[in-house]
Write a protein that binds this ligand. Structure first.
Ligand SMILES: [Zn+2]
Ligand SMILES: [Zn+2]
Length: 246
């Protein structure tokens, strides 16, 4: 099964990713991806682009070759208050903010502290999606985090790369997260976390897990561009007129 929305990709703006935005667009067209987000790492990561990368995202057309492009970021959770490393004044704002723990910015602590930092991140209201919360280096109180995700209407990512190239040992945590999301009424989204264009829209293992736990597809944001965009609008992002017929 293929899905038309991918909210999580990295380009050569980070040197540990290997494809250009143009290559992602070509790949999207080939695979029938109709909307994807460019979400390079926030400025606190050692390999992050300069803040101007985010400030100038507006030069990218909304739609290229029929593919919608969201201007996003994978921001770093910096501290226990859930402060994010968002670049200053991005004209018109960013379309999408993912937030995540990354070891170089937030050294792993106790499960209690990870839980508190994640809940505070959601409470601050800037993060639309919590990326790869199943990282075994950052154990959390899954029920408390999922409850907060419901309360603050933040989506929880099931990250496909966590089952292949990154964050070894994530699967049991991701499974427990998907089960709690199913039971508590949270919204899930699958992210490829592609660092190379060929991985765009690859949700094979994430979707397998979602099916195994019987997560209801009406609370999965990848099923249509409109469902994903409605979620962003519900979170207070302005409607993007160019995407109305996407
Ligand atoms: Zn990440
Ligand atoms: Zn990422």
């Amino acid at each position: 099964m293929s899905f038309p929305v991918d909210p999580h990709t990295h380009t050569i703006a980070c040197s540990h990713a290997y494809s250009t935005l143009g290559e992602y667009i070509a790949e999207a067209k080939r695979k029938g991806i109709r909307l994807f987000a460019n979400t390079d790492h926030g400025p606190r990561m050692p390999d992050a682009p300069h803040p101007w990368h985010f400030i100038n995202l507006r030069v990218i057309p909304r739609i290229v070759d029929g593919v919608g492009i969201l201007r996003g970021i994978e921001a770093n959770i910096r501290d226990m208050d859930g402060t994010l490393d968002l670049p200053g004044d991005v004209p018109g704002g960013l379309d999408l903010v993912l937030a995540a723990f990354h070891e170089p910015v937030f050294a792993p602590r106790s499960s209690e502290e990870h839980t508190r930092a994640l809940i505070n991140t959601m409470k601050r209201g800037q993060a639309d999606i919590i990326a790869h919360p199943g990282n075994p280096n950052f154990p959390i109180d899954i029920e408390a985090v999922i409850q907060a995700a419901v309360e603050y209407d933040v989506a929880i990512e099931i990250n496909n790369s966590s089952f292949s190239v990154s964050r070894k040992g994530s699967k049991p945590y991701c499974r427990a997260i998907a089960e709690a999301a199913r039971d508590l009424g949270a919204t899930l989204v699958m992210g490829s976390d592609a660092h190379f264009a060929a991985s765009l829209g690859d949700f094979s293992e994430a979707f397998e897990l979602i099916q195994e736990v019987g997560f209801p597809q009406e609370r999965l944001l990848n099923t249509s561009p409109r469902i994903f965009l409605d979620f962003l609008e519900r979170r207070g992002h302005p409607r993007i007129p160019e995407f109305i017929n996407l």
